[in-house]
Design a protein around this ligand. Structure first.
Ligand SMILES: Nc1ncnc2c1ncn2[C@@H]1O[C@H](COP(=O)(O)OP(=O)(O)OP(=O)(O)O)[C@@H](O)[C@H]1O
Length: 669
C-alpha cells in the first residue's frame, strides 16, 4: 500500500501558483498548480464557500474523507485551507484527467476490454478499501475515475459518500436519495429499506457499461425517464449482437453487478476475484494505450468546453429539448438535473413517441427483448437477470419508458410508489409551479444552469483574492459554521424556486457552482420562474416521510385515465391527490402482503397463509383486523431496528477485529 506522503504541503495560497483550469464539477473548479516550496505539480480544487452556505457540513465531510483515506486507488487530499471565501483542496495532479473526459476526447465508442478490465480492477480495489472501512462512495462513475501520467487510477469525489458506522441523523443519510441518476441503484431510488455497499456495486456495473460504450445506459434520457426505466425495465447489460467484441466473462461481470436485488449482488471483495479481471494488465498499459497522443489535460478540457459551448449555440433554438441538455451535461461529466416533477413529466413527454430506438441506446428495446428470451441468452449468464425480474417479460413487447404525459400518469399503478412520492414530496411540485409555470416555461428554464462561458484557463478573481483566513491542518473544523440546518448531516439540497434565490444562497448554488453573473448566456437561459436544478440530486428520508401522505385515503380507488394537465385544469389539480391515493393503496397492499408473509414465517401458520394473503386484496375492515395490523407493523418496525442495530454492531466488530489483527501483525514484525 502506498504510504502517506511525509511531505508537508503549505497551508497558504501564496505558496501555490495556479495554472490552467483542468476540470469543473457542479461545485468547484479544479486547476493545475505548482506547490512552490516543494516544487511539485498538484491539482487544486477551489470551492466558493459563499455560494455553499448550506452545505458546509457536506464539504467538511468530503474534505475529511479525502484527507483520511489511505489507498493508492483513492484520491487523497494533501491538505486544505481557506483563502478568502474559497476553500482550496490540494491533491495529487492526475494528468490524464477523468475516464469520461478521455472517452469524450479520444474514445467516444468506449475502451477496449483489457483497458476496461484494468480500470475496473483498480476501481474495485478502491471500493474494497472503502467498504472495508465502512464507506459507501455513492457516486462511482467514469467522471470520477482519474488517471495520472503513469496510468495510475484513482477514484475521486467523496462529495456524497456516506459512512456505514454513522448513527442517528447521519445514519439516516443512507436512506437518502443521492447520486447521479444513470448510475443510481434501484434501491437508492426506491427508498424502501435504505441501502448499503451494494449500491456501489450497481454503480460499478453501470460504469463498466459506460466504459464499454462511451456513455452510461439511459444517459440520453431525462431524469424522470431514467428513474422509471431503472425501476421498471430489466437491468441494462451488454448486448449479444452489439457487444460481440466483449468476452463472455465481461458480460457475466456486468450481469452480476446489475441485479436489482442488492442482496444478490456480490461484495466488492468477491467481485475482485471474478475471472474477468484476468484480462487486466499492469497500469502502465493504460498510459501506453489510452493516454499516449492525448493533448495536455488543460487543452482537452478547453476543447471540450468549446464543444459544449457550440452545442449550446446550435441547440439554442431547441432549448426545450432536454435530451440535448442531458447530453451536454453528461459530456461535462456532471449532471445538472431538473427535478420539478411537472417538468420531469414534460421532459419525459419530449422523448419522441415514434418508437424509434434512441440514438444513444439503439438497442434498448431489442436488448430487452433479447433478455426476455431466456432461450437466447443463457450461455452468457444473463438469463438469470431476467429471472430476477419476472415482471420484465410482461413489459418486453411494450416500448421502453414513457413517452408522454399520459403514459406517465397511466404508469402510476405499476410504478413503485415510493420514488414518485419522493419526487412529489421533494421536487417542488407546488401549486405555484402548476399554476404559474407552464410546461413550456419549465422547459425553457431548466437544466441550463451550468453552461459555461468565459475563456478556459482564466482564473476566478475570487480564487486568489482575500487570502485572510487559514485553517491549520487539513480538515475544516467540526464547528465550521453552517447557516442552515443540514438534514442527515449530509449534503442537503433545499428547494429553491427562483433563480435569484438559487444563485445567491443555498446548496443548489453550491452544486451549481458558477455564479451566473459571470455568464450572461446562462443568465439569459435561466431567467424567469426557475425550477429546481441540482447536481447530483438528493432527497432525504425526512423529505419522503409519510407526513405528506397523511391526507391520503387507504381504500381501493379507481382512477379514470388522466388527461394532460394543460388540457384540463381541474383534472390537473386533482391528479396529484388521485395519484397519491392510488400509490398509497398499492403500496399499503404490498406492505400488508409482506407483513402477512412475515407473520406466517414467525408463527408458522402456514395453512392459513394463502387465505390471509388473498384476503389482503381488500383493506382491513374490522377494528380487530386493524388492531392486528398495527401490532404486526409495530413488531416489524422494532425487528427492523434491532436487525439494523445488530448489523451496525457486527460491522463495528469486524472493523475492530481488522484493526486488531493489523496491529498484531505490526507488533509481530
Ligand atoms: N486531482 C485532479 N487532477 C486532475 N483533474 C482533476 C482532479 N480532480 C478533479 N479533476 C477534474 O475536475 C473535475 C471536477 O472535479 P470534482 O469531480 O472533484 O468536482 P465536483 O464538483 O465534485 O464534480 P461533480 O460533483 O460534478 O462530479 C473532475 O471530473 C476531473 O475531470
Amino acid at each position: 500500500m502506498e504510504h502517506v506522503s511525509e511531505k508537508r504541503f503549505p497551508l497558504n495560497a501564496k505558496d501555490y501558483k495556479l495554472y490552467e483550469e483542468v476540470g469543473e464539477g457542479v461545485s468547484a473548479s479544479v486547476y493545475r498548480a505548482l506547490c512552490i516550496p516543494l516544487n511539485e505539480i498538484v491539482a487544486i480544487k477551489v470551492l466558493d464557500l459563499e455560494k455553499c452556505n448550506n452545505d458546509l457540513d457536506g464539504i467538511r465531510r468530503e474534505v475529511q474523507t479525502m484527507s483520511l483515506i489511505d489507498h493508492p486507488n483513492l484520491l487523497r487530499a494533501h491538505c486544505s485551507f481557506t483563502a478568502g471565501h474559497n476553500l482550496w483542496v490540494v491533491m495529487p495532479y492526475m494528468a490524464g484527467g477523468s475516464c469520461l473526459h478521455i472517452m469524450k476526447s479520444a474514445f467516444p465508442e468506449g475502451f477496449e476490454e483489457p483497458v476496461i478490465a484494468t480500470l475496473l480492477r483498480e476501481v474495485l480495489k478502491a471500493l474494497v478499501y472503502l467498504h472495508d472501512h465502512g464507506h459507501i462512495h455513492r457516486d462511482v462513475k467514469a467522471g470520477n475515475i482519474l488517471i495520472d501520467s503513469n496510468g495510475a487510477v484513482k477514484l475521486a469525489d467523496f462529495g456524497v459518500s456516506a459512512c456505514m458506522f454513522d448513527t442517528g441523523d447521519r445514519q439516516r443519510s443512507r436512506n437518502t436519495f443521492v447520486g447521479t441518476p444513470c448510475w443510481m441503484a434501484p434501491e437508492v431510488m426506491q427508498q424502501l429499506h435504505g441501502y448499503d455497499f451494494k449500491a456501489d456495486i450497481w454503480s460499478f456495473g453501470i460504469t463498466a457499461l459506460e466504459l464499454a460504450h462511451g456513455h452510461a445506459p439511459f444517459s440520453k434520457y431525462p431524469p424522470m425517464k431514467v428513474l422509471l426505466m431503472t425501476l421498471q425495465n430489466a437491468p441494462p447489460g451488454l448486448d449479444y449482437e452489439r457487444d460481440k467484441r466483449f468476452s463472455k466473462s465481461f458480460k457475466e461481470l456486468v450481469a452480476t453487478c446489475l441485479v436489482k436485488d442488492p442482496k444478490k449482488r456480490p461484495s466488492s471483495d468477491k467481485l475482485l476475484k471474478h475471472h474477468f479481471f484476468k484480462h487486466a494488465r499492469p497500469v502502465e498499459y493504460l498510459a501506453r494505450t489510452i493516454l499516449e497522443g492525448l493533448a495536455p489535460l488543460g487543452d482537452r478540457f478547453r476543447t471540450l468546453k468549446a464543444k459544449e459551448a457550440d452545442l449550446l449555440v446550435q441547440n439554442k433554438a431547441l432549448y426545450e429539448d432536454k435530451d440535448q441538455l442531458s447530453q451536454k451535461e453528461y459530456i461535462r461529466g456532471i449532471s445538472a438535473w431538473n427535478f420539478n416533477l411537472e417538468d420531469l413529466k414534460s421532459q419525459a413527454a419530449l422523448i419522441p413517441d415514434d418508437g424509434t430506438p434512441n440514438a444513444e441506446e439503439p438497442d434498448i428495446d431489442k436488448k430487452q427483448k433479447d433478455r426476455s428470451d431466456d432461450g437466447r441468452v443463457p450461455a452468457d449468464g444473463l438469463s438469470s437477470v431476467s429471472a430476477n425480474h419476472p415482471d420484465v417479460a410482461s413489459r418486453l413487447d411494450k416500448e421502453d419508458g414513457f413517452n408522454n404525459i399520459q403514459d406517465l400518469e397511466s404508469s402510476l399503478p405499476s410504478f413503485p410508489s415510493k420514488p414518485l412520492q419522493a419526487l412529489k414530496g421533494c421536487f417542488d411540485v407546488g401549486e405555484e409551479d402548476v399554476t404559474n409555470t407552464s410546461p413550456r416555461d419549465l422547459d425553457t428554464d431548466s437544466g441550463r444552469s451550468n453552461e459555461t462561458s468565459g475563456p478556459s484557463g482564466s482564473l476566478p478573481q475570487n480564487a486568489i483574492a482575500q487570502q485572510k483566513k487559514f485553517l491549520s491542518g487539513s480538515l475544516l473544523p467540526d464547528t465550521f459554521p453552517s447557516s442552515k440546518k443540514v438534514i442527515d448531516g449530509d449534503r442537503d439540497y433545499l428547494q429553491t424556486k427562483y433563480s435569484s434565490e438559487r444563485n445567491h444562497s443555498g446548496p443548489l448554488s453550491y452544486r451549481q457552482k458558477r455564479d451566473n453573473t459571470n455568464h450572461p448566456l446562462v443568465d439569459d437561459a435561466s431567467e424567469g420562474a426557475i425550477v429546481q436544478r441540482k447536481g447530483r440530486f438528493k432527497v432525504t428520508s425526512a423529505d419522503i416521510s409519510p407526513m405528506g401522505q397523511a391526507n391520503c385515503a387507504y381504500g381501493p380507488v379507481s382512477v379514470a385515465p388522466a388527461s394532460p394537465p394543460n388540457q384540463n385544469p381541474v383534472a390537473a389539480a386533482i391528479l396529484p391527490s388521485l395519484q397519491c391515493i392510488l400509490q398509497q393503496n398499492s403500496f399499503q397492499r404490498e406492505e400488508l402482503i409482506k407483513l402477512i408473509k412475515y407473520a406466517e414465517q414467525s408463527y408458522g401458520k402456514n395453512a392459513e397463509s394463502a387465505d390471509a394473503v388473498e384476503s389482503l386484496q381488500a383493506p382491513p375492515v374490522t377494528s380487530r383486523e386493524r388492531d392486528l395490523y398495527f401490532q404486526v407493523v409495530q413488531l416489524q418496525q422494532s425487528l427492523g431496528t434491532l436487525v439494523e442495530e445488530l448489523q451496525r454492531q457486527k460491522m463495528k466488530n469486524h472493523q475492530l477485529e481488522k484493526q486488531l489483527s493489523s496491529m498484531a501483525s505490526k507488533l509481530e514484525k
